[in-house]
Design a protein around this ligand. Structure first.
Ligand code: PMP
Length: 297
């Protein structure tokens, strides 16, 4: 069996990634009724696995998923997945979704059981490494983020029509990635990352309508450790447009500086000093084993 492209777990069974299949009649597939989480493995160790497992369980509870696996089962399963691939750097995703409603019942989520699928593949970057080096070129998307009274952003979910439209808009405008606002014009997040801005040495990131990113939490922790003031609050788009620096955070990339917003060049078109300091500290600490759980190979 060749596990080099990745390993998958589907409702109790392990298999090479290419063999994992989701039935197209599943409620999860047909109605985007899925929650998920993604944790990274770097230097043979999971990063903040406890935090990811806690968030995954909170997402499942919010979306009324009750799979048979306990958190301890999921942890063991993720270790086994990475061990099967032998990868030292991996992108490890776990999903929970509803299956096919019982055929003799109406097509309704109450008649479908929830199950877990997961996979480990070589580490994926949300942006290409050369873009991370030069700093990302972003746009403020014209599509607003779906309000969290409709879809709770804290439960990591597959309602990505707004994000997908924004990704296409960024591409059409020659930018790398988008940032989405709420209906009132406050900053929310983007496809795969939380957003931070820096003004006069103070870091700020939105408190509402966002996923509570584990990398966001790490950036906030690093600010505290380095004595950098960091405010978690409403961030109006005007503040973002006038910021000295912008950076984004996510599992697939860590801390990523932004050097242009809607064509405006920030600073000298190079990653800003605050973003660089946080990014360097983040990777240095990770290399030193910060909140790392070695994979049971
Ligand atoms: N917001 C959204 C919408 C995301 O998909 C992600 C990626 N998981 C993030 C924020 C960043 O979260 P994390 O740092 O936990 O990867």
């Amino acid at each position: 069996v060749d596990w080099s492209a990745g390993a998958a777990y589907l409702d109790g069974a392990f298999m090479p990634i290419a063999d994992a299949r989701i039935p197209i009649t599943d409620w999860g597939y047909r109605r985007s009724d899925v929650t998920y989480d993604v944790v990274s493995v770097w230097d043979g160790a999971f990063f903040r696995l406890d935090d990811h497992l806690r968030r995954f369980r909170a997402s499942m509870d919010l979306m009324r998923f009750a799979p048979r696996e306990s958190d301890a089962d999921i942890r063991r399963m993720l270790h086994r997945l990475v061990a099967l691939t032998g990868l030292r750097e991996a992108y490890v995703a776990m999903d929970c979704m509803r299956g096919r409603p019982r055929p003799d019942q109406r097509y309704h989520p109450v008649n479908a059981r929830s199950y877990i699928a997961a996979f480990a593949i070589p580490y994926v970057w949300v942006m290409k490494p050369d873009v991370i080096e030069r700093g990302a070129h972003m746009i403020v998307a014209s599509t607003p983020r779906i309000p969290d009274v409709c879809v709770d952003a804290r439960a990591k979910n597959f309602h990505w029509a707004d994000m997908t439209a924004a990704l296409f808009e960024a591409e059409e405008k020659g930018a790398d990635n988008p940032i989405l606002l709420d209906l009132e014009g406050n900053v929310t997040e983007g496809p795969g990352y939380n957003v931070f801005c820096v003004t006069n040495g103070v870091v700020a990131t939105p408190d509402r309508n966002v996923l509570e990113g584990i990398s966001r939490l790490s950036a906030i922790d690093l600010c505290r450790e380095l004595g950098i003031p960091c405010e978690v609050r409403k961030v109006p788009v005007a503040e973002l447009r006038e910021a000295d620096e912008i950076f984004v955070t996510g599992t697939a990339g860590g801390i990523v500086p932004v050097t242009r917003l809607d064509g405006r060049i920030l600073g000298n078109d190079r990653p800003g000093p605050m973003a660089e300091r946080l990014r360097e500290t983040y990777w240095r600490k990770r290399k030193e084993g910060w909140l790392a759980e070695p994979v049971d190979y």
